[in-house]
Design a binder for this molecule. Structure first.
Ligand SMILES: C[C@@](CO)(OP(=O)(O)O)[C@H](O)COP(=O)(O)OP(=O)(O)OC[C@H]1O[C@@H](n2ccc(N)nc2=O)[C@H](O)[C@@H]1O
Ligand SMILES: Nc1ncnc2c1ncn2[C@@H]1O[C@H](COP(=O)(O)OP(=O)(O)O)[C@@H](O)[C@H]1O
Length: 288
């Protein structure tokens, strides 16, 4: 049979409010996930055993890679003995708050479910996804904007698309999610704004004033420890972005632009500083 090739897209977080800490150490949060046009490509070929290779030698290709962990998890839960050879063309920077590893894991679960003809239900896949990472269910189940709560796994499809050009920049700092959850400055006593209502007003009514409420609780601590990341946000604002923010636990920063020329100008400036970047057109979704 022919190999199957699938794109695995990244996300940004539009607002990220950490509301409490659970007894198991995980944090409860509220966020809006939005897909961006930055992707890895994963190729699946038939094989008797389970193996992978990756274009980025900085990433493991053993059971520490989320692709292998996802394949093993599905194999075990389905009692399936089939193998697969996975080739990961890694383009999404890792340790960037773009969810690249989570996206890869979701793509492997979804694709192998068909490739191996396992027929696991969406509920079964969801349970496997949460165990692989709090962000994995988003990539498994959604294609556009989603409001998330819980640990990021309780999702509501908003059936919305962002009507702006999005420039995303990786400031060449790898930030670990565990580090970020350890170092952010808690504001648990605050009454969080209603991100779901606000993003609806933003996308459906063009209510730009809403954007002020979309804070990322990781930003202050990340900016204190990584001044270069803070500078990228300022550079995007200076280049004409009307809203810019850290994505997730960082270090990627994104900016919204009305005009394609302004977005291209910002992209150019960032590339001159040798930063990896992507541009996402208005209305983008992960539907392929
Ligand atoms: C911060 C966010 C925002 O979307 O994403 P990234 O910026 O990493 O992409 C997520 O909460 C990350 O999700 P994900 O990267 O899947 O995290 P996991 O692998 O499940 O967890 C890694 C570690 O982060 C911490 N963690 C994660 C999620 C959560 N709600 N509370 C936590 O405290 C835990 O210490 C956990 O051991
Ligand atoms: N397929 C994968 N892609 C990216 N990172 C992976 C993968 N498998 C394991 N990892 C590990 O997961 C960590 C988090 O990666 P990633 O999900 O891309 O970043 P973030 O949590 O910042 O969005 C990386 O530092 C890497 O060590």
């Amino acid at each position: 049979m022919c190999p199957v090739s699938v794109k695995s897209f990244a996300k940004i977080n539009l607002g990220l409010l950490i509301t409490s800490k659970r007894s198991d150490g995980y944090h409860m949060l509220e966020t809006v996930f939005a897909p961006i046009d930055w992707c890895d490509t994963i190729e699946f070929s038939h094989s008797d055993t389970l193996s992978m290779c990756c274009t980025d030698s900085a990433l493991p290709v053993d059971e520490n890679n989320l692709c292998m962990r996802a394949a093993k998890a599905l194999q075990e839960s389905a009692g399936c003995s089939a193998g697969v050879s996975i080739t990961l063309d890694k383009r999404i920077p890792f340790g960037a708050g773009l969810g690249g590893g989570s996206s890869d894991a979701a793509t492997v679960l979804r694709t192998l479910n068909e490739f191996w003809n396992v027929r696991a239900s969406l509920a079964d896949l969801h349970a496997l996804a949460v165990r692989l990472g709090a962000d994995v269910p988003y990539f498994l189940e959604m294609t556009g904007l989603a409001f998330a709560r819980g640990i990021g796994d309780e999702l509501e499809d908003l059936s919305l698309r962002l009507p702006f050009h999005i420039v995303t920049v990786f400031p060449e700092e790898h930030i670990s999610t565990v580090w970020a959850y350890k170092h952010f400055y808690p504001r648990f006593e605050r009454t969080p704004p209603d991100l779901k209502q606000l993003v609806m007003a933003l996308c459906l009514e063009g209510e730009r004033s809403c954007l002020g409420a979309f804070e990322n609780d990781f930003e202050p601590a990340v900016f204190d420890h990584y001044p270069g990341v803070k500078k990228v946000k300022q550079d995007l604002l200076d280049s004409g972005s009307f809203y810019a923010s850290l994505s997730g636990s960082g270090s990627a920063v994104f900016g919204f632009f009305d005009k394609r020329e302004d977005a291209d100008g910002a992209l150019m400036k960032m590339r001159q500083q040798r930063f990896r970047t992507s541009i996402t057109a208005p209305g983008f979704s992960m539907e392929q």
